[in-house]
Design a protein around this ligand. Structure first.
Ligand code: GDP
Ligand code: MG
Length: 164
């Protein structure tokens, strides 16, 4: 089994922010050096002595709904084919959207472990909004997280690394 974790979800939910938080600091610093590409999509992460590779997906989505549909399929296919586990990111502030449901329906078929990260839970009043995403009907917990301030990420990672 690979040790790849794919972060999927619709645009602007915070996938890249979360990815940058997960990957080793040294890589993030390297990316900020002049002349070094900023659109890194693979990174190495470590939690509790477990090492894994993280993929940040969905960097190219712009424009029409058709393109968006095919981007969803691309992300899900990659997640199904390559990843040992999937972090499915949604946005507490926006709440549950139709695109989240589409994603969930495709992911469900993958049989891979899926960790729902309800992002932008920066404060307790936002954290309680995360329970809405149980309506997606995916197995396991919904983890309220803040990619911005780091809250909740430890709880998610504790569960995630159990699969390795
Ligand atoms: P992506 O399109 O899913 O990769 O999303 P990005 O990581 O580019 O983030 C989209 C926007 O959401 C940016 O303006 C981020 O600063 C913001 N964002 C990401 N994570 C958080 C978070 O935990 N809390 C808040 N308040 N904003 C966030
Ligand atoms: Mg991104």
């Amino acid at each position: 089994m690979s040790n790849i974790v794919a972060i999927v979800g619709r645009p602007n939910v915070g996938k890249s922010t979360f990815f940058n938080r997960l990957i080793e600091k040294r890589q993030a610093i390297m990316d900020n050096m002049p002349g070094v590409t900023r659109d890194r999509h693979y990174g190495y992460a470590e939690w509790c002595g477990k090492f894994f590779t993280v993929i940040d997906t969905g960097g190219y989505v712009t424009g029409s709904e058709d393109k968006f549909e095919s981007e969803i399929r691309k992300q899900v296919k990659l997640a199904i084919d390559e990843a040992a586990a999937v972090i499915f990111m949604v946005d507490c502030r926006d709440g549950l959207t139709g695109f989240d449901k589409d994603f969930a329906n495709l992911l469900r078929a993958s049989k891979k472990p899926i960790f729902v990260a309800a992002n932008k839970a920066d404060t307790p009043d936002k954290t309680i909004l995360a329970s809405e995403f149980y309506a997606l009907g995916l197995d396991g917990e919904v983890f309220p997280v803040s990619a911005e301030n780091g809250s909740g990420t430890g709880e998610l990672l504790d569960e995630l690394v159990k699969i390795f």
